[in-house]
Ligand binder design. Structure first.
Ligand code: GDP
Ligand code: MG
Length: 685
């Protein structure tokens, strides 16, 4: 493999709000690229990337599936991600290892909340995007409105490459503004065949003016193109030159190409594939991922070619038939079957027993894989999500992934004590797969407590325990994970003065705690003129640890600053342990005096409903202590925006279904932590 081969790879993700059509579009991509020979539909439980039994049953994507296929001599590795807020880790880990994304929007619903969340995620990872406006066949489809929302809600600059041809049920093709031609799909060939014809008379002037807008925007963003455009005029510009300029603009993140179509009606997918190849980067187009040398921590990077030393990031673990598969994005070098690799974070040597190209839950064996590829490896025992693997002789370590913290938990009990061992093993496997799923033992009740990102998340896990691992559990009611913070500054003194093992020990630390702005996190400053340097790390560590357990209920403290404001160090009687104890006591007495409060998670909720149910839904929101922030029309439906404590949203999907005869839908995302205004005992269960 050489640099030329690298240019023929596209690692892309499909992201959007739930139901915009990611899985449906992915299924078409697989079909037209010849990767599958029959198309399965989400609503029939037959889509290729929704392969888990629960995905098929619930009609939603839960786990990011990785699939490789080919188009125009290019290898395209696609990750179909879930849109639901409970599974954002799947989006996060995918974006971390992808080079480009296709963001799908529903032509009827526009830029929905979760689309905005995943868009920002992609932005944060600096991943170039193209947009596909799907569902153009549906009543109420509004291409212009989606463009407006892409501009206004996402603050993105759009490069419109196509106009829709035909409206709603008559939508059957697109006008290609780059090639100046029209593409039309016949209803009967499952979209395999389409005709290329002249732009129809009635769309010519719209197409001409849209093309002018496009070329102006391209010229504005790309200097090479601008020169050509000024020197030669529009008539002389080849479509290839336009495409190359669009590619540069997309990769640099200045603007987003927009295409349109209908996944379900098989319209517009082949041009989308062309755009993936034309506009999104190959692994070689991107700068090397920054890392560090494990020993020294100094900045390091690896050339993203197959000739450089091997390095990769493990972004997903999957247990399949008891066997553990580790998904890798290879950044540099090459990995062959049987070769040893080094995990610098865990200081472990590992061996790649097998390498697979993944095709959702199916796979094919490879002898080796090189820079730019996404593969799964069997035989790794000590590697977890976010870990780096590298050449043992030339180690590098990349930054891990950010894992969101759990917001809800529930206690579980085994129906049969005999399953104890099986339960522990299963939980360990699920933990390895999913870093946002946590397990702990409740010290007081002895119960096992599971925590995660939402009701659906834990529900999926309970079902997997039962169906995949045959562990039958009784689950308690879900509860939200509280946090604590402080509302006024306070000072606390900790004095340790005791005989320990016949030796007199003494330490005194005075700690000042202060509230910080919400979201600012924890800041610890242990430095004080009275404290010698060797004692500082222990004091600092103690203060940081103390923040892990607040004075009200032992919940994590957030958004506070801790500072040592006085200390007594008596050289003859000082010890690290004594200072740890004194710092801990100082922290606790300050925290108790700083008017602590409980915080609970609030969610941003969006409900889309036929107007007739709106009144009832608003009343219900009010009983949940939700703050309704606005109601707006969308097509012939109403969209209600609200903020509601997560504790009051338990069971909402069932309640909303019965309040709207199953016709309203909702989505929610984490908003912020806020002070609990009622006693936690009153929370819904
Ligand atoms: P995902 O949640 O983004 O993966 O969305 P799915 O692919 O599961 O699609 C959600 C629903 O919308 C399914 O019932 C699809 O059949 C339907 N759907 C997807 N694309 C289209 C489209 O272009 N037109 C219409 N009318 N329905 C679509
Ligand atoms: Mg899906």
């Amino acid at each position: 493999m050489n640099r030329k081969d690298l240019e023929l790879i596209r690692n892309i993700g499909i992201i959007s709000h739930i139901d915009a059509g990611k899985t449906t579009v992915t299924e078409r991509i697989l079909f037209y690229t010849g990767a599958i020979h029959r198309m399965g539909e989400v609503h029939d439980g037959l889509a290729t990337t929704d392969w888990m039994p629960q995905e098929r049953e619930r009609g939603i994507t839960i786990t990011a599936a990785s699939i490789s296929t080919r188009w125009q001599d290019h290898t395209i590795n696609i990750i179909d991600t879930p849109g639901h807020v409970d599974f954002t880790i799947e989006v996060e880990r995918s974006l971390r290892v992808l080079d480009g994304t296709v963001a799908i929007f529903s032509a009827v619903d526009g830029v929905e909340p979760q689309s905005e969340v995943v868009w920002r995620q992609a932005e944060r990872h600096g991943v170039p995007r193209i947009a596909f406006v799907n569902k153009m066949d549906r009543i109420g489809a509004d291409f212009e409105n989606v463009l407006k929302e892409i501009r206004e809600k996402l603050g993105a600059k759009e490069l419109v490459l196509q106009l829709p041809w035909g409206e709603e049920e008559n939508f059957h093709g697109v006008i290609d503004l780059v090639e100046e031609r029209a593409l039309s799909w016949a209803a009967d060939s499952q979209g395999v065949h389409y005709e290329t014809v002249e732009i129809p008379e009635d769309l010519r002037s719209a197409a001409a003016s849209s093309r002018e807008v496009l070329l102006e925007a391209v010229a504005e963003a790309d200097e090479v193109f601008l020169e050509k455009y000024l020197a030669e005029g529009e008539g002389q510009i080849e479509p290839d030159e336009i495409r190359q300029a669009i590619r540069r603009i997309t990769i640099s993140g200045q603007a987003v190409p927009v295409l349109c179509g209908s996944g379900l009606r098989n319209v517009g997918i082949q041009p989308l594939l062309d755009a993936i190849v034309d506009a999104l980067p190959s692994p070689g187009d991107l700068p090397p991922v920054p890392g560090v040398t494990p020993e020294s921590g100094s900045p390091a990077s690896r050339d993203n070619t197959p000739n450089a030393p091997f390095s990769a990031l493990a972004f997903k673990i999957m247990t399949d038939g008891g066997r553990r598969l580790t998904y890798l994005r290879i950044y540099s070098g090459r990995l062959a079957v049987g070769e040893g690799v080094y995990n610098p974070g865990r200081e472990k040597e590992e061996r790649a027993a097998r390498i697979f190209q993944m095709f959702a839950n199916k796979r094919s064996r490879l002898d080796a894989a090189g820079a730019g590829s996404i593969v799964a490896v069997a035989g790794l025992k000590h590697t977890f999500t976010g870990d780096t693997l590298c050449d043992p002789k030339d180690p590098i370590r990349y930054g891990s992934l950010e894992f969101p913290e759990p917001v809800i938990y529930l206690a579980v009990e085994l129906r049969s004590a005999a399953d104890e061992k099986k339960l522990n093993e299963s939980l360990q496997k699920l933990r390895a797969e999913d870093p946002t799923f946590h397990v702990r033992e409740d010290a007081e009740t002895g119960q096992t407590v599971l925590s995660g990102m939402g009701e659906l998340h834990l529900d999926v896990i309970l079902r997997r325990l039962k169906e995949e691992f045959s562990v039958d559990l009784r689950a308690g009611t879900p509860r939200v994970v509280y946090r604590e913070t402080l509302t006024v500054p306070a000072v606390g003194e900790g004095v340790f003065d005791r005989e320990v093992g016949g030796k007199s020990l003494f330490a005194r630390v005075v700690v000042r705690l202060e509230p910080r702005e919400r979201g600012d996190g924890i800041e610890v400053d242990a430095a004080h003129p009275n404290l010698p340097a060797e004692i500082l790390p222990a004091v600092k560590r103690t203060l940081s640890q103390a923040a892990g357990s607040g004075p009200i209920g032992g919940y994590k403290l957030v958004d506070i600053a801790a500072r040592v404001v006085d200390a007594t160090y008596d050289e003859a009687r000082a010890s690290e342990t004594a200072f740890e104890a004194a710092a801990g006591m100082g922290f606790q007495s300050a925290a108790a005096a700083a008017s602590p409060v409980l915080l609970e998670p609030w969610m941003g909720v969006e409900v889309v409903t036929p107007e007739e149910f709106l009144g009832g839904i608003i009343n219900d929101m009010n009983t949940r202590k939700g703050r309704v922030e606005g109601v707006s029309p969308r097509g012939n439906a109403k969209v209600l925006q609200a903020r509601v404590p997560l504790a009051d949203m338990f069971g909402y999907s069932t309640d909303l279904r019965s309040a709207s005869e199953g016709r309203a839908t909702y989505s929610m995302e984490f908003s912020h932590y806020d002070v609990v205004e009622r006693s936690p005992a009153r929370e819904r269960g």
